[in-house]
Structure formats: C-alpha cells, structure tokens
Ligand binder design. Structure first.
Ligand code: CU
Length: 310
C-alpha cells in the first residue's frame, strides 16, 4: 500500500499511497492530519504542501514533513513500552540426585506428631525428572532501567503482603519474593511452636518464636542483594528462602524451572537467575547477564543451566 518515493530538495519525503480517495487517506491516520495542520502554519512548507496537494488528489501521494517539523512525539497515541523476559532454570550438573528423606511418615525420631503425618523430603534442590527444570530458584533484574513506578504501584495495591505459612512443619511456600514495601508475615497453622531464624545482609538477624496457630510480622528496612535463607531451629529440616527487592521484577521459578518477568521497561536490563544449591546460573555473577527488552515482545533467554552444586 505504501511506498517510499523521491526525496525532494526541501527535505520532505513523498510517500506514494494507493488510497481510494483523499478523505480515506486522512481518516486512516490521525498523525498525518496533525502534520498537515502543522504544514499550514509554516509558510515555506505550506507552499510545498499546496504544490503537492493537487498531485496528491490526482495520484494519491502524501507529503511527510521532516522530523524537525513534526508534532511532539509525546502527544502520539500510547503504545507498548514494556516487554517480557522468560526462560527456564535447568539442572545440568550430571545425573539427577535422589532427594534425601528428612522425616519419614510416623518417624520415631520426631517428637511433634503433626510433623510426621507425612514424609518430608529435602527441598533445597527440587528437580523435575521429566524436564530437568529446577523449582524455587529466583529470577530477577538487577537495578532495572526505565520507568516502572506504575507497575510497582499496581503490585503493592494488589498484594500488600506476602505470607509464609507453616503447615505440618514445612514452610509454605518454600521460596517467595518480597517487595520492601510489602509486609512480610509468618504464620503457623500447626499446633506446635516454630521459630523463624535468618541472617540477612541488609536487614540483620532474626530469631523469634511464632506462637501456636499465631503469626508475626518481620520488620523490613531495605532491599537485599540476594535471597535470604530461612530456617526453624526447632525442626532442622524446615528451610526456605525469601528475597527482599525494591522493584517489581523478581519471580520464583516454577516446578518445571520456567520463569517469566513481565511489564519490564524496554531497553537493556540485567537478569540474574540464582538458586540456593546452584548459586548464580546466569553469567555475570551478582551483576547478571544483559537482556535487551523490546516493547511488546518476549525476550526468551532459553535454558539457564546449573552446572555445579555447592
Ligand atoms: Cu518448626
């Protein structure tokens, strides 16, 4: 339909357009109307414009003015400015290890009855045998670029708090992302005492009992540079992770290892994929790997591999 024509000496560009009529042409693109209105306010361009308008009617050609004379782009209709980053955390450090059974059902070594109503398998490295995907890793951006204030506001409005429960003596979920402006709550659905213990870099140490069927709120001072390991000192198999961030671009990998971070401002971003036993799976350590995010598109980084276990 549209083809680039000659470039005349005044710097304007002629576009050949096979429209049924001039009114059809104008009705199709509001921006062209804006440009024509601008042409009318510029005497020299106006003469050029008028000289061509007859030809336009006859041959359906269109005059596009140089960029310097065009309307303010910020007044143009809103377009997508964000994209998505996706990929998969995959185990590639040899044969899949058999997960250790920490507590057997009705295990005589365990005192609290609620803790042995079912078997507990070590959850520090959970690999899906079918896909080799690794669950409970963290995929996140480091110092994201661009304006994401609206995305952040939406996240906080939708999810003002993140809750870990303790059920049958396990942390549920095992791993979670917490925005520093969200509330981090630990509750217990068990009729036995648990305690929450962690040592973080930016938010200090914490060691406090959660009352039976009760809850406590963790005070958050600021974001962390990496996920914080979590444990209950009463039940040594109870472990988990939380990661306090100051932006909305961090997720936990799913059981098949997949992750997706959406609403990311277009432009260069730094992605880290990290897991408790595998460490940094992406190149670049804590600075991450560069991903070029394009507006309205999905940047698939493919399989991110754990090649070594601590
Ligand atoms: Cu416990």
């Amino acid at each position: 339909m549209i083809g680039l024509g000659l470039v005349p000496s005044d710097g304007s560009v002629v576009i050949n357009y096979n429209a049924a009529s001039l009114s059809d042409l104008f009705s199709m693109n509001p921006r062209i109307r804006t440009e024509i209105a601008m042409n009318r306010s510029q005497p020299q361009v106006r003469r050029n414009f008028l000289a061509r308008i007859g030809a336009l009617a006859a041959s359906a050609s269109m005059v596009i003015v140089p960029a310097s004379l065009q309307a303010d782009p910020s007044k143009a209709p809103a377009a997508a400015t964000t994209g998505t980053i996706k990929g998969r955390l995959v185990y590639a450090a040899g044969p899949i290890p058999t997960p250790k059974v920490e507590v057997k059902k009705d295990d005589p070594r365990v005192k609290d009855a609620i803790c042995k109503v079912e078997e507990h398998v070590n959850r520090e490295l959970v690999i899906d045998p079918a896909t080799k995907g690794v669950a409970n890793g963290f995929a996140y951006l480091v110092k994201p670029t661009g304006d994401y204030a609206a995305t952040e506001k939406e996240l906080l409005a939708k999810n003002p708090q993140v809750v870990f429960d303790q059920v049958h003596c396990e942390f549920i979920p095992y791993a979670a992302v917490v925005h520093k402006d969200q509330k981090l709550i630990f509750k217990s659905s068990d009729p036995v005492g648990h305690n929450i213990r962690f040592n973080s870099f930016a938010n200090g140490g914490f060691n406090q009992m959660v009352p039976t069927n009760g809850q406590l709120t963790i005070p958050i001072k600021k974001e962390e540079r990496r996920p914080t390991p979590l444990e209950c000192s009463i039940h040594p198999w109870m472990t988990g992770y939380f990661f306090i961030v100051d932006h909305p671009f961090a997720v936990v990998t799913k059981p098949d290892g997949s992750f997706e971070i959406s609403g990311v401002p277009a432009g260069p971003q730094q992605l880290v994929v990290w897991q408790g036993k595998g460490g940094y799976a992406t190149e670049g350590g804590n600075k991450g790997m560069k991903v070029e995010v394009k507006a309205g598109e999905v940047s698939d980084v493919g399989d991110v591999k754990i090649t070594k276990i601590k």
